[in-house]
Design a protein around this ligand. Structure first.
Ligand SMILES: [Zn+2]
Length: 196
């Protein structure tokens, strides 16, 4: 009986390790930041469906100020606006800069929340924008597995961002995002990429 209980305990431990996504960061993990990001990203993931129904998506990004106020919230619009640069992060940065009438977001201490890890272009775009903190849901590896999108090469980007004073947190509430990406593909939506 004792052996049996030990086995059950081990099974629970192993299963929870598999299902529990591990948050990663380029600073010492701040639980309060993870809690806020979890709420925001889970909300964005739930909204993903309404964006994809209108021809956008399957990624959603939001910019918040340091008081927790929403500045902008947008999805990617590569297909419906016929522009390969229109990823959610790029659209969010553009919308925030237009709203604040500036090309430099640094003085505003803004945080970018996005349903999936930024690709090579968006990592560059974030670096140029002056965004101070980045929080993402589904990691690139999973995005590539599910959708076939090419996320590009981003060597040591957590470290490079840290050098530039940009905080990154990843793998935040990725489960819902994964499901929405699977739905996007399963429903026959366009997986956009250059033909090679
Ligand atoms: Zn991107």
């Amino acid at each position: 009986m004792k052996k049996f209980l030990v086995l059950i305990a081990l099974a629970i431990l192993v299963t929870s390790n598999i299902t529990e996504a591990k948050v990663i960061s380029n600073e010492k993990i701040d639980k309060a930041k993870v809690e806020t990001a979890s709420k925001i990203i889970a909300g964005l993931q739930k909204e993903m469906k309404s964006f994809t129904e209108n021809g956008s998506g399957p990624f959603v990004a939001a910019v918040y100020d340091d008081k927790g106020n929403l500045v902008v919230k947008v999805a990617n619009s590569v297909v419906n606006e016929k522009c390969s640069n229109n990823h959610a992060e790029m659209n969010a940065i553009k919308a925030a800069e237009e709203k604040l009438n500036t090309y430099d977001l640094a003085p505003y201490n803004l945080k970018l929340y996005v349903t999936a890890e930024p690709c090579i272009m968006c990592v560059g775009g974030i670096m140029w924008s002056g965004i101070k903190e980045v929080y993402y849901g589904v990691p690139s590896k999973t995005v590539e597995e599910i959708t076939g999108f090419d996320e590009g090469f981003k060597p040591h980007w957590f470290k490079e961002f840290k050098k530039r004073g940009i905080t990154v947190y990843g793998n935040i509430e990725p489960e819902l995002g994964e499901q929405e990406l699977r739905n996007y593909v399963d429903n026959g939506n366009e997986v956009y990429k250059p033909s090679r």
